[in-house]
Design a protein around this ligand. Sequence first.
Ligand code: NDP
Ligand code: 8X3
Length: 251
Amino acid sequence: MVKTALITGATSGIGKATAELFAEKGFRLILCGRRTERLQKLKEELGGDTQIHILSFDVRDRKAVFDAIGSIPSDFSKIDILINNAGNAYGLDPIDKGNMDDWDAMLDINVKGLLYVSKAVIPQMVERKSGHIINIGSIAGKEVYPKGNVYCASKYAVDALNQSMRIDLNPYGIRVGAVNPGAAETEFSNVRFKGDDERADNVYKGFEPLNPMDIAETILFLVTRPPHVNIADLVVTPTAQASATIWNKSL
Ligand code: NDP
Ligand code: 8X3
């Protein structure tokens, strides 16, 4: 039976790669993001045999989240898989110099946005007593690094929510797991450094970073395990990255 997956943050990076891979594997897709033109283009590119519904909304906007998910047409409305991927870092500053708008953005998107989308989708999974939620955390949610402060806190929160969801949804047979990437070359650093693309490119110099498809393939592995298997938590890094702060740039 064809499964329906809702992917947040499908306009770029990990979410887009996951949409591409899932389309290839025959999933029915609900693709979300703010940049409508990108969603439309993706729908055209992936179209063909794949059923795709696009939803443009900001995960920070509680009403927009519920309106969008409430508007899903009936042939897409049974969501089997929720991939909570939308998220970003804003800035890389020591705590005393941090920009409070950046702090708000990270907590509002990475934590509260993930909660709003989950709250909008989970009831139908509870009712059906089935479903699979994949939360995209980060190595930054496992280890704090210098100047990572609020981004790390937001991803530690994702880690806590991943564990909490697994416990609270256990009575309903809903699977919950996290994929926590290390450095993956996406638009992440362009957003973090607010369009300073040279600084963003430098993040990935001197080693081979993950590419978004590496994480998409990991997500696909999680959601294609048999129903009795739940992969709870994975950290996936480039081989050159041993921890949040230790790199081998001589490979
Ligand atoms: P990208 O910047 O390439 O993609 C981020 C995606 O999130 C975009 O599709 C963007 O869509 C969406 N998004 C951001 N803010 C909002 C919002 N307010 N409302 C709705 N959608 C939003 O980064 P990545 O692919 O790297 O990031 C995906 C996830 O992976 C994030 O949760 C990130 O924290 C995590 N991650 C990334 C790592 C990396 O090294 N790249 C490592 C570890 C974790 P749009 O702008 O169209 O709304
Ligand atoms: C993204 C990875 O190390 O830049 O979550 O925080 S890192």
